[in-house]
Ligand binder design. Structure first.
Ligand code: ZN
Length: 362
C-alpha cells in the first residue's frame, strides 16, 4: 500500500494487494475498495491545468450533473500509478495543489455516497450549491489549512492516523503491526453501503431492549387554559405532524404540557421515524417487511412492529454511532462490520462538514 495515496474520508486504500492484506481480496464485501472517483473543482481539470495530462482529443467527463464541482467517471488505481490517476487516456495528479491552488481528491464511490447523505441531512438544500460542491469545498479548505497552518501532515486531513483509547484506531492508517497480523484491519475494509444483515442486527437489538410503560401517564396536567395551537383537536394535530420532520415534532411536543399530551412521543413515533430513515439517517436501508412480521421461531408475542417495543432506546443506542472497545452496551455486540464502517465514515464526514442544526433524540 502506498501510504501517501488513500481516500481522505476513510483512510482506506484503492487496491487490495493479497500479499499485504490477510484476507480473501476477491470477497464481494471488499470490492467497493476498487471503485475510485476524482472529486475537485472544475478549473483544476481544465486543459491548462498543471494537474492534468489530457489524452488525444479527450475531455474529462464531469458526472456530477453540476457546474460547481467536478466528479470523474469511475476508475481504479494501482500502486504502480503513484499520484497519477488514469481516467480513460488522460492522467490527473491527485492530492497535490501544484500551481493551481486546487486539489483533486481520489475518493471511494461509497465514501462519496455516504458523504452526500451526511451533507443532505445536515444542511438545508441550496439551489446554488450542490452537496458534492459542499464536500469539495470542505476538503479543499481542510487541505490548505493542514498544509499551511497545521505544520503539514501529508494527506491526512482528518486525524486518520489517530488511535483512541476506548475506540481503537480511527482508520486503517492507524493500525499497528499486531493489527495487520491479526484481523483488526478487516472491519475497515468492509462494504459500508451493502450490509445484508443490518435489519437482522436491528431486530436483535430491539428484542434485547426492555419494554417500557407509556410515558403519557407521567405528564402532569396543564397549568393553564389551552392557547392557540394547543386548542386544535388532536385529529388536526395528528394530520399536521404527518408532514413534519421528527425534529419539529419533538420541538412541538416540548412546547407545553398540553402539547406534550396531544403530540405524544410514544413508541409508535420512534418506530415510524426509524423505519423511514428520518431519525437515524445513517440507517436508510432497513428491510421494512422483515421488521413488520414475526418470523418463525420468534419468542415474543406479536411482531417487532409492536408499539411497546423500546424503539426510543434504539434511537439513543445508535444515534451516536459509537462502538466502544469495552464497557459498551451489550446490544452492540455482533454489530455488522459494514455498519460499523459506515458509522465510522459518517462521523468523519460530520466533522469535515459541520452541521447547521443538529437533531438529537429527546
Ligand atoms: Zn473511502
Amino acid at each position: 500500500m502506498d501510504s501517501s495515496i488513500f481516500c481522505v474520508l476513510c483512510g482506506g486504500p484503492f487496491e487490495l494487494e493479497s500479499h499485504i492484506y490477510n484476507i480473501d481480496t476477491e470477497r464481494e464485501a471488499f470490492q467497493w475498495i476498487n471503485s475510485v472517483h476524482l472529486l475537485g473543482s472544475p478549473e483544476a481539470i481544465s486543459p491548462y491545468s498543471d494537474l492534468v495530462i489530457l489524452g488525444d482529443d479527450e475531455d474529462l467527463q464531469n458526472t456530477s450533473n453540476s457546474d460547481d464541482v467536478f466528479l470523474s467517471m469511475e476508475t481504479s488505481w494501482t500502486s504502480m500509478d503513484g499520484d497519477l490517476l488514469r481516467i480513460g487516456n488522460s492522467f490527473v495528479q491527485v492530492l497535490s495543489d501544484h500551481d493551481t491552488g486546487e486539489v483533486m481528491f481520489p475518493l471511494h464511490g461509497s465514501c462519496i455516497a455516504i458523504a452526500s447523505r451526511v451533507i443532505e441531512t445536515r444542511h438545508t438544500p441550496s439551489r446554488t450549491r450542490s452537496s458534492l460542491a459542499r464536500l469539495n469545498r470542505a476538503l479543499q479548505d481542510q487541505f490548505r489549512f493542514r498544509k499551511y497552518f497545521a505544520g503539514g501532515v501529508g494527506n491526512d486531513l482528518f486525524d486518520l492516523y489517530a488511535e483512541y483509547s476506548n475506540y481503537g484506531p480511527r482508520s486503517l492508517l492507524a493500525i499497528d503491526e499486531l493489527g495487520w497480523w491479526g484481523d483488526a484491519h478487516e472491519k475497515f475494509l468492509m462494504d459500508p453501503i451493502n450490509i445484508p444483515n443490518l435489519t437482522s442486527f436491528l431486530f436483535s437489538a430491539v428484542q434485547a431492549t426492555p419494554r417500557r410503560c407509556s410515558r403519557a401517564a407521567l405528564i402532569g396536567l396543564p397549568e393553564r387554559w389551552p392557547q392557540e395551537l394547543e386548542r386544535l383537536p388532536t385529529e388536526i394535530l395528528d394530520r399536521i405532524t404527518e408532514f413534519l420532520p421528527p425534529k419539529s415534532i419533538i420541538a412541538l411536543h416540548r412546547t407545553s404540557r398540553t402539547l406534550a399530551r396531544n403530540v405524544p412521543l410514544d413508541e409508535r413515533f420512534w418506530r415510524n421515524h426509524i423505519l423511514d430513515g428520518s431519525l437515524l439517517p445513517h440507517i436508510w436501508d432497513l428491510t421494512r417487511e422483515q421488521l413488520e412480521y414475526p418470523r418463525p421461531g420468534d419468542q415474543q408475542s406479536g411482531s417487532c412492529f409492536d408499539i411497546q417495543w423500546g424503539w426510543k432506546s434504539i434511537v439513543k443506542l445508535l444515534f451516536k454511532k459509537e462502538f466502544p472497545l469495552c464497557g459498551g452496551d451489550s446490544r452492540l455486540e455482533g454489530v455488522p462490520l459494514g455498519f460499523w464502517n459506515r458509522c465510522r465514515i459518517w462521523k468523519i464526514v460530520e466533522e469535515a462538514c459541520p452541521a447547521q442544526a443538529k437533531i438529537r433524540p429527546a
